[in-house]
Design a protein around this ligand. Structure first.
Ligand SMILES: NC(=O)c1ccc[n+]([C@@H]2O[C@H](COP(=O)([O-])OP(=O)(O)OC[C@H]3O[C@@H](n4cnc5c(N)ncnc54)[C@H](O)[C@@H]3O)[C@@H](O)[C@H]2O)c1
Length: 283
């Protein structure tokens, strides 16, 4: 979608990290914003920063749990009522968790897949028909490098993010199949510093039962904390790369270009058939 000015951006997970930076980038381009998050104070902070960066931006917020279809339907109604539609959807809300995969509980699976997988599925289900009917739109799904390779200790997250890659490629092909004018992008960043390492802060009580505090879990959590904190690109840079890719109607977005070499190395491991590809081997 080349022209973003005066269009409407809907951003899930708009109360923190990448979602906040996407909001700022869209506001600077003259877009109207509809922010969705379970964290209302985080969204208010985003609104304050948007007002500073781009005074007068039209902004609406809604407390939304993206794992609930009815919440996402209410979000779409808000976008229609306040701004007459939705042109650019960022299915961006996401949470992380670490543990050896056999230690993860039913609560861990339901929580993480609820946000990272069903959250994206409901965004597509609700907003794709609106955009197809409008005759224009673009959907960006936030996957991850973890959608393409499977580090130890991140089992559910890996599963959720490879599902996002699958949903994105399928969505693009489905839209092509019906001749729709809706763009799709699959965003796959490596680590960048955000509060994602504190994902438990927004974990609902109904999914509270989690994996034991094992040594293996603690080790992986610490590794992840280090990797996220030391990430080379900032959330602002990832957001800017992403919005520029939307303007260029680009499908695959790899803000950290080195990830593509690892994907090729994985393809070689597949060709070789001997061992599971380990993206951290040799580091
Ligand atoms: N930070 C990284 O290193 C990294 C790397 C690759 C991909 N990602 C992805 O980027 C996206 C944004 O994450 P971030 O790094 O900005 O983390 P973040 O924790 O700063 O932001 C995530 C936001 O999602 C919200 N959220 C959580 N559960 C929700 C729910 N049920 N409904 C609605 N909102 C909910 C949180 O409140 C938070 O505001 C995620 O999809 C994440 O998986 C992050």
């Amino acid at each position: 979608m080349k022209e973003l000015e005066d269009k409407v951006a809907v951003i899930t997970g708009g109360g923190s990290g990448l979602g906040r930076e996407l909001a700022l980038g869209c506001a600077r381009r003259g877009m109207k914003l509809v922010l969705a998050d379970v964290d209302e104070s985080g969204m208010q902070e985003t609104v304050t920063e948007v007002e500073k960066a781009a005074p007068g931006t039209g902004t609406a917020t809604m407390k939304v749990d993206v794992s609930r279809l009815e919440d996402v339907e209410a979000l779409a109604n808000l976008a229609k009522e306040r701004f007459g539609g939705a042109h650019l959807l960022f299915n961006n809300a996401g949470v992380g968790i670490n543990a050896p995969i056999w230690e993860n509980t039913v609560g861990d699976w339901n929580w993480v897949l609820g946000v990272n997988l069903y959250g994206v599925a409901w965004g597509i289900k609700v907003f794709a028909p609106i955009m197809l009917e409008q005759g224009e739109g673009h959907i960006v799904n936030t996957a991850s490098a973890a959608g393409w390779m499977n580090m130890a200790g991140s089992g559910i997250y890996n599963v959720s993010k490879c599902s996002v890659v699958a949903m994105s490629e399928t969505l693009a092909n489905d839209i092509k199949d019906v001749g729709g004018n809706v763009g799709v992008s699959c965003l796959s960043p490596a680590f960048f510093p955000t509060p994602i390492i504190e994902s438990e802060r927004n974990r609902p009580a109904e999914h509270a039962e989690t994996a034991p505090d094992s040594e293996a879990r603690r080790k992986r959590e610490e590794q992840l904390r280090q990797a996220v904190t030391k990430g080379k690109l900032s959330a602002e840079e990832v957001a800017e790369i992403t919005i520029k890719a939307v303007e260029a109607n680009q499908f695959y977005i790899f803000p950290h270009q080195k990830i593509k070499q690892l994907i090729l190395a994985r393809a070689e491991a597949v060709q070789d058939e001997k061992t599971a590809f380990d993206p951290t081997a040799g580091r």
